[in-house]
Ligand binder design. Structure first.
Ligand SMILES: O=P(O)(O)OC[C@H]1O[C@H](O[C@H]2O[C@H](CO)[C@@H](O)[C@H](O)[C@H]2O)[C@H](O)[C@@H](O)[C@@H]1O
Length: 267
């Protein structure tokens, strides 16, 4: 962050602005954004999250520009994303860390969501029971259900219970073969599908045939996305913490400046 000559605060470093110029000059680009902690500030109850109105409006503006694809790439399942994101949602939506994908029909990507096998459904039921056993022991620990995963939320638990609940949940599931565990911000997600945002971004790059990808995210699970990006791409970590991203902004409240810069450069 730096001060501008007029006294206002610039959220974007000169290096990021320079990279955005080069990115915006490509004929076809993908702007992919994480939801919680990036488009929306983090809140105690997942159902209360909303994108900042300026961000949502700028995403819509960007998506209407020729050669620009916009996507929300979220750990949420798509139904939950639709409930918290007022229309218009970007036409490309990646949910459940890549396990769910919605794209406009005319893109002919051939993507089809596969139903869970009987074995996967049984595993999902077993891991959900395991997480429920942990959740019931702590006030403020709750579960979120996704088509292929269950999430243990500890944000509303007493600080001293949060780490304990997360550790107990990992222990509870350790003997279940085939479960993918992902630690996020005050969450542990247990999934029966082994996908991640990196795989989803690589697939999107090819399906959309874009020359460059921008991906911004705040959480540990977004690191999978940052790691697959290449020299022509832009990775932006939102907030503090170790990261593989090349650029950083301080918070979701800086995302509008990032998007506005792209809109201006692309026009
Ligand atoms: O990939 P994202 O779009 O960032 O989704 C990641 C997880 O986000 C949600 O949890 C996070 O946000 C909640 C609301 O702000 C917060 O209470 C929680 O502590 C955060 O971890 C969502 O509920 C999860 O399903 C997503 O996987």
């Amino acid at each position: 962050m730096s001060n501008r000559l007029d006294g206002s605060v610039a959220a974007l470093t000169p290096q990021l602005l320079h990279a955005l110029q080069a990115f915006a000059a490509h004929p076809r680009i993908l702007v992919a954004l994480d939801f919680d902690g990036t488009l929306s500030p983090l809140v105690d109850h997942p159902q209360d999250a909303r994108p900042l109105p300026e961000s949502a409006q700028l995403v819509a503006q960007l998506g209407a520009l020729p050669g620009v694809y916009t996507a929300v790439v979220s750990g949420r399942n798509l139904q939950s994303l639709a409930e918290v994101y007022p229309a218009p949602l970007p036409s490309i939506q990646i949910g459940s860390h890549g396990a769910e994908r919605t794209l406009p029909d005319q893109l002919h990507t051939g993507w089809q969501s596969a139903a869970l096998s009987d074995e996967q459904s049984a595993l999902l039921a077993a891991l959900t029971q395991g997480l429920a056993r942990v959740a019931e022991k702590f006030d403020g620990v709750s579960l979120e259900y996704k088509p292929s995963a269950t999430v243990l939320h500890v944000r509303r638990a007493a600080p001293e219970d949060q780490e304990t609940a997360l550790a107990q949940a990992q222990q509870e599931l350790q003997d279940l073969d085939g479960v993918k565990l992902m630690l996020g911000k005050a969450v542990l997600e247990a999934s029966v599908l082994h996908t991640d945002k990196g795989k989803a971004l690589m697939w999107l790059r090819e399906a959309l045939d874009v020359q460059a990808v921008l991906f911004a995210g705040d959480d540990v699970t977004d690191e999978n996305g940052f790691r697959v990006l290449q020299a022509e791409d832009i990775s932006v970590k939102v907030g503090p913490g170790a990261t593989a991203a090349v650029h950083r902004i301080d918070s979701p409240f800086d995302v509008p400046q990032l998007l506005q810069s792209l809109v201006s450069m692309r026009n």
